[in-house]
Design a protein around this ligand. Structure first.
Ligand code: ATP
Length: 259
């Protein structure tokens, strides 16, 4: 590799960006003046105490809520007024947790159903065998890549909680997103599942950007490259975990003290 191409690879590439983002609900400002840059091949955490505005920021970025103020760009394109389905097709995909998985279908069937969406195959009544073969190959690739191979023919309902989350991530990856938004991916999990899902998120992020809301600060410290801390709708700190966790404002926000 030449020095120039190595340098280019090391350059952070911003794929999702927000400037001056704000949301008012009636007279109440839930999010104010949020600037955010989410980079390719990085895991970015959005943290903050309850009611800080994390979910609202997620809803604004994915366009489930219309911003009151500010601008959002995805790969350089202004998406501030773009509807959510179009934003998803442009590569910004949000995980919808287990509800996106059909419990009575097997792991393989769930992934194939998800794969038919981006390919537009679902609208066809029957498919040439070659198309089905391609679908099978891609489904197997996703299943193997996420460590679900031993459970390929298990019904989703019979999977452990952690593996259901992994299957849900697999169905999201079927859309081949450039930016993956995960809302509390570790919620309700035991330690073993947390470690498995953390490993998978790290793998997933080698080829795309991940933005996640996460309450488990051990996970954030472990796998996140960049952390944005919100409090009362505003950013109070940004940087790597070591930087934000030693920030007195963050300590006060979490503990009620900076001691
Ligand atoms: N649709 C709405 N109408 C009015 N207020 C809202 C609405 N959605 C959120 N809020 C308020 O905005 C603030 C931020 O809420 P949000 O759910 O974004 O916080 P959060 O950081 O995700 O909290 P948690 O960690 O508890 O999920 C809260 O005070 C909440 O009550």
């Amino acid at each position: 590799m030449t020095a120039i191409s190595a340098a280019t690879q090391d350059q952070p590439r911003v794929v999702l960006s927000a400037r001056g983002l704000g949301k008012d609900f009636g007279g109440f400002t839930a999010v104010n003046n949020v600037d955010l840059d989410v980079e390719h091949a990085r895991i970015h955490a959005l943290i903050g105490p309850n009611g800080a505005g994390k979910t609202t920021v997620f809803n604004l970025l994915t366009k489930f809520l219309q911003p009151t103020r500010g601008k959002i760009t995805l790969q350089g394109t202004d998406i501030t007024r773009t509807p959510p389905d179009k934003v998803a097709r442009m590569g910004l995909v949000r995980s919808f947790q287990i509800s996106a998985v059909f419990p009575h279908l097997t792991v393989r069937e769930n992934v194939k159903v998800a794969l038919q969406r981006p390919n537009g195959l679902a609208t066809q009544f029957w498919l040439p065998l070659s198309a089905l073969d391609r679908l099978d190959a891609r489904a197997n690739e996703l299943i193997d890549g996420l460590g679900l191979a031993p459970y390929r023919d298990h019904r989703a309902a019979d999977l452990s909680y952690g593996r259901k989350r992994v299957l849900e991530i697999a169905t999201t990856l079927a859309l081949d997103p450039e930016v993956l938004l995960l809302d509390e991916p570790m919620a309700g999990m035991g330690q073993e599942d947390v470690q498995m899902v953390a490993r998978i998120i790290r793998d997933v992020a080698t080829e795309r950007a991940v933005l996640m809301v996460e309450h488990n600060l051990n996970v954030v410290a472990d796998i996140c490259d960049h952390v944005t801390v919100l409090q009362r709708g505003e950013i109070i700190a940004q940087g790597d975990y070591a930087t934000v966790s030693s920030d007195p404002r963050v300590r006060t926000a979490y503990m009620g003290t900076d001691a």
